[in-house]
Design a protein around this ligand. Structure first.
Ligand code: ATP
Length: 310
């Protein structure tokens, strides 16, 4: 088990990570979810011993690794947000370089490189220089580089931000394969709820440097078990209508979206006629009303009053 215990990191008087405790059991796929600036990258750097905490501890199978990180470094692979590759070398040459750092050589090194190129779907382009790759392809090579030493724990920092759909799918597939078929323990950081819901069995939600909720996706959704999400598709946006709905008793949250409004409301409230009347008063036409069970995104909205992408 890899564990963070009451981690804190203060940068020049600003607390970026505030008493964060989390654990990864072997074989788990765990999500760390939070908006930009929540402290996810700093938490990852602390857990992987790239950064020293202001206080708190990181433990591998019960033993602190802060003073002696070597043991941890052998079993952990970190995929940072920034691409850390040699642009003037090919994908093959980059992986060879990283493999050598982990003391792989000869046939073993060659096999590992080809295995990982296959996993990331770039075997046929391995001889091309990194600088000719798309952002998504570079990300995929960056992931392979972190896997050269067959780490037991893989920590990924928002690996799908700003990349093309094909690379995104490849990355999600790679995470699945690593976790479900190879049994690798994964900590997956993201601000995309749907990715975490698909990939992870347990989730930590982080905001302003703190863990504000933790549990299985089911448990977290149960935070909203007494509530429904109401999606109103409107013919035009209307700030005043949103404001009026916010003041209705059963309405917990109102979020404005491109096509209308999203309301988190108390279950079984007889709200629809009030909503329809309010829309009529504001001369807004309701094109469609959809009631759905809450998502993790809604849980986040409920806990913080903000959306993940704010
Ligand atoms: N080296 C540093 N020096 C000063 N402040 C920092 C440093 N690194 C991070 N911070 C601050 O700590 C806070 C948390 O940043 P962090 O990068 O961990 O968040 P994040 O959740 O990973 O967000 P993002 O998705 O934008 O990377 C931010 O306010 C950031 O400005």
């Amino acid at each position: 088990m890899l564990e963070a215990v009451e981690l804190r990191k203060v940068f020049k008087g600003k607390t970026a990570v505030d008493h964060v405790s989390l654990y990864l059991d072997e074989g788990e796929s765990v999500g760390l979810l939070g908006p930009n600036g929540a402290g996810k990258s700093t938490t990852i750097s602390l857990i992987s011993s790239l950064l020293a905490p202001s206080s708190g501890d990181v433990r591998l199978n019960g033993n602190s690794v802060i003073a002696k990180p070597q043991q941890l470094r052998e079993v952990i692979g970190v995929v940072p947000q920034e691409i850390a590759l040699y642009e003037a070398l090919s994908a093959y040459e980059n992986l060879k370089f990283f493999g050598r750092i982990y003391r792989l050589q000869g046939k073993q090194l060659e096999m590992k490189i080809q295995e990982l190129l296959e996993v990331i779907g770039l075997r046929d382009r391995q001889k091309e220089l990194i600088k000719t790759y798309s952002g998504g392809m570079k990300r995929r090579v960056n992931i392979a580089a972190a896997l050269m030493h067959d780490p037991k724990f893989v920590i990924m920092d928002e690996p799908t931000v700003g990349i093309d759909p094909q690379s995104r799918n490849h990355i999600l597939e790679t995470v699945r394969l690593l976790n479900r078929e190879k049994g690798t323990t994964v900590l997956y950081t993201s601000h995309y709820m749907e990715e975490v819901e698909q990939l992870c069995s347990r989730v930590y939600i982080m905001d302003h440097g703190r863990i504000i909720a933790a549990g299985t996706t089911e448990e977290l959704r149960r935070i909203l078990s007494g509530e429904d999400t109401l999606l109103l598709q409107l013919d035009k946006p209307d700030e005043k209508l949103a404001q009026e709905l916010r003041e209705l008793e059963p309405v917990r949250q109102v979020e404005e979206m491109d096509s209308g409004l999203k309301l988190i409301v108390t279950k079984q409230s007889h709200l629809l006629s009030e909503v329809v009347q309010a829309a009529e008063r504001h001369r807004v036409q309701i094109i469609n009303i959809h009631v759905q069970t809450p998502t993790l995104e809604d849980v986040f909205l409920h806990l913080t009053g903000r959306t993940l992408r704010d």
